[in-house]
Design a protein around this ligand. Structure first.
Ligand code: ATP
Length: 657
């Protein structure tokens, strides 16, 4: 009996599990036995069933059924299953990724099936999915031994092995390894293995649904083993237990985005153990607290009400979360939890110079800004963006940077996130030394008068800042939340719509005239995180330089798909010439937002058949630091629309006074 079962059985000493009212029985319906390695086919069938379903609730149910069997029968393989479901080879922040080129995969399919490359190429043009091609091409290699059925563990190890092979000289080895995987595939396995290899699993499973499925699976297995005869998925008790569990799993993951740790805590201590077992940890980037946009000084005063607040300069650079362990190892992560050590080796080397002797380990939240060493002043973001992603040599570093620290989340083995900002700020200042032009504390002023905010804002703008971050002094650090206690007040907000919008490109229209040969217009969508859909928000054709269009065309061509995803929501009148996988986020400025009969952003929220669209959108730049699911959400679009309405009403009221 597994440790998990033993732990779960302590809840009730009765023997084997009983039938519940659930349609899925984690033991009877599993295709493998307790303690056995999980067949990859079981996972592939789950992926196939998810792919065939566009309803989020159904996806969660399908996935959680499979996970229940994993938890009950082969718990040690739980993290591996999760990584394969998400097409990851380990924690995302470790950055080990698969993305084999089509040519390697095609060669391997040829060798495994005896088909000609030219046939595969023309089929690829038609189907656009090497996974499906691999699945339907029959293996006709003469085999001395029939390969053993693939297991989840074997597939994971082999994928990892392939991802770790670097350099041109490994091409033929990669082909060989892919070929041997394909040869061993049964039924739909090749579809998912090939898609995993190319880095595009395309089943439409968002991480939030996966976390909800993990929570659901644990709640059910615990009840299953407890043999609660009244346990029913329809009961209110179950629903509220499920809701609380999903919340607990999601917030544990936000604090500590590492599935190996999350699973081991869940298996050892259950959902109730997450609060204590999954706290922030040096070397694991946590999801940052985010701010809400605000349109003006009056709105700030109104939103904060009784809360005392501080106005910090809002620096225009790149967010950096810097960790340092007691043993002296430093780490640096982007807003998106990517390891940016390669980009900022100088920062990592020098960080030790700024710490006080009693500061042993920490997690620091700061903005990394381009710095003019001669003039001793901040340089615009555009300068920072010219810094290379990977620098090895100090001579290569042309753009110097200065860190502006604004928060401290962890110090000497203690998490500080539950402390009010006022205390965290004090501890931050006590724990580090400022070094002008290298490491400074974000400039701030605690104010309560409207005029004072305006004054600090002017000062910030004069100092090459984007505006202000206004923060409630009594607020805790709300991991992964767009909090009402942090308001961003950008100089640009004061006119126009408030914030810029970060939208995902999902389609394009062929260019005409000067733009012939490139895409000339694009279809963009915001993300509805409730329903996990990309909903169109505007068509975009302005703001591009000629070279932008060419670069976008070349990049997006690689991500073309035959038909729109089931989770793209659009009106047929906007159907683009080509559809894309949701892979890139663009920052867009617009004049205002309006209700739209054709666009689908937040459709039905304000009016039953209408969505919201951006008017006069202009392209600003690519947001490499945001994943498609981190694009502006439909809920944010509604807020932006409402705050614009509120402002208009206020102006009308003022005029009628
Ligand atoms: P968001 O991060 O809110 O999704 P975004 O990535 O488009 O939006 P902005 O709208 O520019 O970024 O504002 C938030 C960012 O401002 C933070 O993520 C951080 O990188 C930066 N920033 C600069 N100064 C500060 C500060 N004093 N406090 C907090 N964040 C700051």
């Amino acid at each position: 009996m597994s440790e998990t079962q033993q732990r779960l059985l302590k809840l009730n000493r009765m023997a084997s599990p009983i039938k519940t009212k659930l349609a899925y029985d984690p033991v009877a319906h599993a295709t493998w036995k307790e303690g056995e390695s999980i067949p990859y086919l079981a996972l592939a069938h789950t992926l196939r069933d998810i792919e065939q379903n566009s309803s989020r609730l159904k996806m969660i149910e399908i996935l959680s059924n499979f996970l229940q069997s994993v938890i009950y029968l082969s718990p040690k393989e739980l993290p591996t299953c999760i990584y394969l479901m998400l097409n990851q080879l380990g924690p995302a922040y470790q950055g080990l990724e698969l993305g084999l080129g089509d040519s390697i995969i095609m060669k391997a399919i040829c060798l495994a099936t005896g088909r000609q490359e030219s046939h595969i190429k023309s089929e690829l043009k038609e189907k656009g999915d090497l996974g499906l091609i691999a699945e339907t091409s029959r293996v006709n290699q003469t085999l001395l031994f029939k390969p053993k059925p693939l297991t989840v563990q074997v597939v994971f190890e082999r994928l990892k092995g392939i991802a770790e092979m670097k350099g041109q000289s490994t091409q033929s080895k990669k082909v060989e390894r892919v070929q041997s995987l394909i040869v061993a595939c049964r039924e739909c396995e090749a579809r998912y293995i090939v898609r995993s290899l190319s880095g595009k699993l395309r089943i439409g499973l968002a991480e939030q649904s996966l976390l909800a499925s993990v929570a659901r699976a644990f709640v059910i297995v615990e009840n299953y083993i407890r043999k609660d005869k009244n346990f029913s998925p329809e009961s209110e008790k179950f629903k509220s237990e499920l809701e609380a569990a999903a919340e607990a799993v999601k917030s544990a993951y936000n604090r500590l985005p590492n599935y190996d740790i999350l699973c081991s805590v869940l298996l050892e201590k259950g959902i109730d153990g997450l609060e204590e077992g999954c706290q922030s940890m040096i070397s694991v980037p946590l999801k940052p607290m985010l701010a809400q946009p605000s349109k003006g000084v009056e709105e700030v005063i109104k939103k904060f009400g009784e809360h005392k607040f501080t106005c910090e300069f809002k620096y225009d650079g790149e967010r950096a979360q810097i960790h340092r362990s007691e043993s002296g190892k430093s780490y640096i992560f982007s807003r998106n939890q990517e390891d940016t050590a390669g980009k900022y080796p100088d920062v990592l080397r020098e960080i030790a110079d700024y710490i006080k002797p009693e500061t042993k380990s920490f997690i620091l939240d700061c903005e990394c800004v381009a710095w003019d060493v001669q003039e001793k002043r901040i340089l615009p973001f555009q300068v920072l963006s010219t810094r290379k992603r990977k620098t090895v040599d100090d001579d290569e570093i042309k753009v110097k940077v200065c860190l502006f620290a604004f928060d401290l989340l962890h110090l000497n083995d203690k998490s500080l996130i539950k402390l009010p900002l006022q205390d965290r700020r004090e501890i931050l200042k006590r724990s580090f030394n400022e070094t002008p032009g290298k490491f400074m504390f974000a400039q701030s002023r605690d104010v309560d008068q409207l005029e004072d905010i305006q004054e600090v804002l002017d000062e910030a703008v004069k100092n090459q800042c984007e505006g202000l971050m206004v923060k409630a002094l009594d607020s805790t650090y709300e991991i992964a939340k767009r909090s009402q206690y942090w308001l961003k007040l950008k100089k640009d907000y004061l006119e126009g719509v408030g914030d810029t919008v970060d939208a995902v490109v999902i389609g394009a229209y062929y260019g005409k005239g000067k733009r012939t040969g490139n895409y000339g217009g694009f279809l963009l969508a915001c993300y509805d995180d409730e329903n996990e859909q990309f909903q169109t928000v505007c068509k975009l054709g302005t703001g591009f330089k000629d070279e932008d269009l060419e670069a976008h065309t070349n990049f997006l061509k690689e991500h073309m798909i035959e038909k729109p995803k089931s989770y793209y929501v659009y009106d047929d009148s906007l159907r683009p010439d080509v559809w894309f996988e949701a892979v890139q986020v663009w920052e867009i400025k617009c004049a205002d937002l309006s209700l739209s009969p054709v666009h689908r952003a937040a459709v039905g929220v304000l009016e039953s058949k209408k969505g919201i669209s951006l008017r006069f959108p202009r392209y600003l730049r690519v947001r490499d630091d945001k994943k498609p699911e981190e694009a502006t959400s439909s809920a944010q679009i509604v807020e932006m629309y409402n705050s614009q309405e509120m402002l208009q009403n206020n102006n009308t009221e003022n005029r009628s006074d």
